[in-house]
Write a protein of this length. Sequence first.
Lengths: 428, 462
Amino acid sequence: MSNSSKGTTELIRKTLAKRYRAEKRFRLYGVIAILFGVSCVATLFVDIIGKGHGAFRQTYIQLHVNYDADILGVSDINDSQQVALADFSGLVKKSLRTKFTDVSGRREKRELYKIVSNSAEYELADRLKASHSLLGQSEKIWVLADDDIDTYFKSLNSSDGPFIGRTSEKQQQWIQSLIDDGQIELRFNSGFFKTGDSREPEQAGIGGAIVGSLFTLFITLALAFPIGVAAAVYLEEFAPKNRWTDFIEVNINNLAAVPSIIFGLLGLAIFINFFHVPRSVPIIGGLVLAVMTLPTIIISSRAAIKSVPPSIREAGIGIGASPVQVVLHHVLPLALPGMLTGTIIGMAQALGETAPLLMIGMVAFIVDVPGGFTDPATVLPVQIFLWADSPERAFVEKTSAAIMVLLAFLITMNTVAVVLRKRLERRW
Amino acid sequence: MQTSNLIIALLVMSALAYYFGYQRSQSFARQLGGVRNLHSLPTYYGMRVALWCGLPSALLLFICLAFEETIISKMLLSGMPADLRPNSIAEYNLLMNKIENLASGALSAEGVKPALLDAAAALGYLRDTSQSLLTGIAVLVAGVGGLWGWWKMSAQLRARQQVEKIFKGFLLLCASLAIFTTLGIFLSVIFESVRFFQQVPISEFLFGLEWSPQTAIRVDQVGGSGSFGAVPLFLGTMLISFIAMTVAVPAGLMSAIYLAEYAGSRVRSFVKPTLEILAGVPTVVYGYFAALTVAPLIRSTGTDLGLSVTSESALAAGLVMGIMIIPFISSLADDVINAVPQTMRDGSLALGATHSETIKQVIIPAALPGIVGGVLLAVSRAIGETMIVVMAAGLAANLTVNPLDTVTTVTVQIVTLLVGDQEFDSAKTLSAFALGLMLFLVTLGLNFIALRVVKKYREQYE
């Protein structure tokens, strides 16, 4: 007896080192898995911030412009017809030629004209329209550089050497001389937050997409929050235990896991082709996203209602309130923080969603900032998708910057949700 | 009157109805000597009258608006000469658009058939008439309803019960929307799918080995034969999902185990939210990351090793999709591992098992159904994921399981077929809905099984 037990102890002692090694290995796997996950987060953020931080500053070139009435072809400044048709690009070209006198030949001239963005002429036009006294005068103004020049200028001091891309040697010399004269510099790119999409990367901005996202999210919130809360209240407080209720629950749980693209098909077939809701507008986007986020809101609202203790309800009933009054006067106000948290998380999900919106035409190229719920619009994630597909190098920077803005929105929303929960959460 | 103005008018009328109902109940109360002699509180009487005023007119308005356009276009068509009447849905849409543009003045009237001009004029007239008719009827119904509700008031009226009944009906309607949504999804994919299967046999779709949805627009066109064998898409979807799961399952599961069993509260409070960031990142960002960072990296690594890697390899999309799914699996696994009763751990440790032995031989087997359910949910998510594959996987439907090659997936094809201009009766467009049907059925099945497994498992320990 004692012999065999001694044998067992021996056996255990022998294998113990091996078992401890296995224990250590297992722990190591866990650490590796966690390090992998954390490093993925880090890589993602470093990669995107590294690529995108440059887009918040844009290259500007200083021009000496003489508002020459002959070049413009304007004889009477008060004739708006004449001003509208005036040749402002001629002014830009003239001022570039006076700066660089050594340019000869059509090809070189064309290259020279290309270093400033074609938005320069519109800016000059706006300035002249704003103050008529400028006609015949000279002034120094900063205009946007072309995107190729912008990319080249920003990469001049990078460790891998400048990104040449489509810039020619001649253009690089001109930029060098502009640098020597202090007539080229990086400035904060406020246009990025104000303008809509553009084919020219230097003029493209996320202003239109942000406004489109806001309109779309407003519709989503206005539909999904009341309906979601009402559904949750019904299921938690009033639903009888029957087949219909069970069926509703099964459907909600399944809808929460249906791929988002399927909701796009629903929007296309039912809302657009059957109910003739117009395409590409915030209304249809908001409708589809509301249907998509509804299960999330219902599930979190139910959890919030469930956490209100039954004693509150019993007390209410006890002093003569009807069940509806108990819910409206006591349960809902107490469950509201939890519901709001769930709703904010659902809204964050809707803000980041792209796939269903592609199906319902929110993927259009839209230059104007939308002014209402029925204007064609796009949203921030779709704008990112569109830019990611664009071949111009300058769009890489823009895309990453747009992603940074989107992530900033999402992180803010989630932080608000967490803070709200911490602040208003009640332990019963 | 415009619809928005009409809605405002109805709201104002309801508010007035509330006021009069409230006043009337107060006057009842004065006669009877106090509010406590009424059956319900005065606000309920007010609400009841407001509902009588607002609800029937709102319903009427909704129904009329839903059918207005259909009725108007029917009336227009019946007034047209026979040779102009459309034969198909496409022709019909074209014709309606033309009339619409004529009526709004976007299309000049020159050289247009007089019948169309008449129709455009009639359209404007019909719209105006229906608008004013609708306004009249809605206001009338609201007025009559409000008066009726006001007239029928008495001190014994069970106003609260009636208002609460309508309130509960509204709640039930909202809850039932989930069913209507599922039904809507099902109908929207099934109708178009049936039309698709009339053109392409279902056996070819399910078992065909070649996918090239370009259909010929003209009869004599070259290279537009259109073949709809979806096997390459299914295989591509499975390949990418498989790669994603080989990344996500070990990483997610091991981090969940470590966090639940080993990590101290400080590590946990830092790592858990960090991993959850991954879940909050929009998929379009992952797609961008996969296409611009991971894919070139894999390609250059592969080239250094002497392998030929395409720039849109399945590996890049799968890897990034795996990263996306890690937090999904880890949080689900974390839940089920924490649900295993502490007594089982204590029992195993007391018998002399090491911590890892306890985990491998007691906790994991106990938590297995829950973990399997979580993994199934993750698979359904991988299959339905769209943006990563749209941006990082290719369009070429290759029948291959080589992860370094380009494959395409069901979701990529749905997006490609439906984005942009589309004709609604071509097999090409309809095939997207057939793919959608397959996607819906497969994910629905997976979710259903997974939810049942998880539910059963939870019941076991509760």
